[in-house]
Write a new protein. Structure first.
Length: 629
């Protein structure tokens, strides 16, 4: 069977499979699978709240956590992680003990304890893990958190550092944590395990460095708070009230904060710290919302951090149309009706730095109503575009979405994920790992590239417009020496380079332009022997390309899509890549499960269960459509 026939057969098969998986409301409900963190935190929450009717859930989560443990006793956040991940191992170890179904004398628990000790103990864990440990009484509140006063909630917009200079997803975690740390609260019940003997300590040189950096931060806050004219007691009381209200105002209909499991976990502890009863409706509703994130469509049930329903549905709806499914098809109509119902009508935190535009974006999850992002918005707009020619409701929604996207372009010419112009260098005063990618929301190659792709392919904005020229200049400034770009929300250089090439091509950049030719050469240089592409999550940590020993469907599809967009004819390297992608999909083995989505550098990576459909479907369709096969 020749290449054309193989692609047509695969497209037909994928379309049939996807249409059969669509939900009655038009959405696709694929799972968003991260590390064991959410499973561990759910067990910890159930035990802290002393919920007695969730033993089936606890047992299921215990079994999943146990099944993910490596032979050396550690847990990993991506399969090829060297030895293991200290924070994940602490979370797995502590939650299994807290469940009551596992004892510390078990051989696999002894191995986990040994790994924790050998790798620096609790003191060397990442910040989110430390916050959980402080809340459950395993360690004292770290000085790095204690030094940040709750009064930061009151610092005005003109202040060099304010709470609104943290990006929204960071704020959603930090504000609940600051409530607890400033009240010095921890929650220890009779059944809470004690693992404080695993604390260990930081090296003196590292501790001195942190203390020195913290002194600068402490001096800043003392100086800033002196400018507020009220007494310290009144300021503190007002700050706690403002922090509490901030949280309550950002609770979604399902009870979660910001629609994130992890933020909601800390929100519950903040409410407890403020004196709420464990049976308070806000806490009960939060728990039920978090429980609703349980994914049962997998070998073992697990807790999603935030279901990817809108993201998956928007991407699949657009990809199916590219594959030849008519926008009049009943499944596409249902999907687009679903997407239309999920366009945001509320002002969220994005409006702090961008107040002069009406809401018009889309968010990531089904219940997200005020945290839109650029990626979901461009994906939804691509999906609904065909309907704008005949339906006034879709046309109005599309116009609002485009206006919102254009208004969110940063001053440097690029686009961020959630908020505008969020790159305050003063936040580097906080001695925080990966602060540039966790606390900030800078312009990135993946967001900027996909935004350009939508604007170039789906709107009538002139190619010579300042919008496009400043974006191209951003890409020129941020291209790596080897021709690639770093991608923030996927792994990693293949992801960023794919988005950059396809975006730049959509706004008319020539194949001969050095910015394109260098990027293409780099992609070809990292093609695997099997013809595909595969990149390790380690690239995200080391900030340089780290290959996998095997190819993955997502990364192979991304690379192919980029090469197709920059080639007028199907080259031999593209042909080899197409066959490699077909072979990977046919095998449907562990290569399809490798996490290619990124969350927290070095701490949280995502296996999107939808990705083995979305990106190959798009790459095959672009290949077929461009080359008239």
């Amino acid at each position: 069977m020749n290449t054309e026939n193989k692609i047509n057969e695969k497209l037909k098969e994928m379309i049939s499979t996807l249409l059969s998986k669509q939900s009655d409301n038009g959405a696709w409900n694929f799972c968003f699978e991260g590390s064991i963190m959410t499973d561990a935190y759910m067990i910890i929450l159930i035990r802290t709240l002393e919920i007695t009717d969730e033993e089936v859930l606890v047992k299921d989560l215990v079994e999943r956590i146990k099944s993910r443990q490596s032979p050396n006793g550690a847990w990993k956040v991506y399969p090829d992680e060297n030895k293991g991940n200290l924070s994940a191992t602490i979370e797995g170890y502590f939650s299994l003990l807290y469940s009551g179904y596992v004892g510390e004398e078990a051989s696999y628990m002894r191995k986990a304890e040994r790994f924790i000790r050998d790798n620096g103990g609790l003191a060397k864990s990442d910040w989110l893990t430390k916050m959980m440990l402080a809340l459950t009484g395993q360690i004292k509140w770290p000085s790095i958190i204690k030094i940040i006063p709750i009064e930061i909630m009151l610092l005005p917009r003109w202040s060099p550092i304010t709470i609104y200079q943290l990006v929204g997803y960071a704020r959603a975690h930090w504000i609940p944590i600051l409530i607890c740390s400033n009240l010095n609260k921890s929650f220890v019940a009779p059944q809470t395990p004690n693992i404080s003997h695993l604390q260990e300590r930081l090296m003196d040189s590292e501790n001195d460095r942190i203390l020195e950096e913290m002194q600068n931060l402490q001096l800043y806050f003392k100086h800033a708070l002196k400018k507020l004219s009220k007494s310290p007691e009144i300021l503190k009381k007002e700050a706690f009230i403002k922090a509490e209200n901030y949280i309550i105002e950002r609770i979604e209909e399902n009870g979660t904060m910001y629609s994130y499991f992890s933020a909601s976990f800390f929100m519950v502890f903040a409410f407890l710290a403020l004196g709420y009863d464990a049976n308070h409706p806000l806490i009960r509703n939060a728990f039920q919302g978090m429980k609703s994130y349980l994914c049962r469509n997998a070998e073992q049930p697990f807790i999603q951090n935030s279901p990817s329903t809108v993201w998956d549905t928007a991407l699949l709806t657009a990809a199916l149309q590219q594959a030849g499914v008519s926008y009049r098809h009943s499944s596409i109509m249902k999907a687009n009706n679903y997407l239309l119902s999920r366009q945001h009508q509320k002002y969220g935190d994005w409006a702090v730095n961008n107040p002069d535009v009406i809401p018009g974006g889309w968010g990531f999850s089904d219940i997200n109503t005020f945290v839109p992002d650029i990626d979901d918005t461009t994906a939804a707009l691509r999906a609904i575009t065909p309907l704008t020619q005949t339906n006034i409701l879709y046309k109005e929604a599309w116009n609002k979405g485009v206006e919102w996207i254009l208004s969110m372009q940063n001053g440097d010419g690029g686009w961020s994920a959630f908020e505008k112009n969020m790159d305050n260098y003063l936040l580097s005063l906080i001695p925080f790992k990966y602060e540039d990618r966790v606390l900030f929301d800078p312009s990135t190659a993946d967001l900027t590239g996909r935004t350009l792709y939508f604007l170039g392919e789906y709107t009538t904005i002139p190619l010579e417009s300042e919008i496009f020229q400043t974006a191209k200049e951003w890409f020129e400034r941020n291209q790596e020496a080897n021709g690639s770009w770093y991608g923030r929300w996927g792994n990693c250089y293949i992801y960023g380079t794919w988005a950059a090439i396809t975006g730049l091509k959509a706004i008319g950049v020539s194949n001969d332009d050095p910015i394109i030719s260098r990027a293409v050469r780099w992609l070809l240089s990292v093609q695997n022997e099997d013809g595909g592409w595969g990149e390790s999550c380690a690239s995200d940590i080391k900030k340089r390309y780290i290959p996998l020993p095997h190819s993955t469907p997502s990364q192979t599809a991304w690379a192919l899509d980029a090469l197709i967009s920059a080639s007028d004819n199907p080259t031999s390297r593209i042909e080899v890549g197409i066959h490699a992608l077909l072979n990977i999909l046919e095998a449907n083995d562990g290569r399809s499960n490798y996490p290619t989505g990124a969350g927290i550098p070095g701490g949280y990576y995502i296996h999107y269960h939808s990705y083995k459909y979305i990106w190959p479907l798009q790459a095959f369709s672009h290949y077929k459509n461009k080359y008239d096969l």
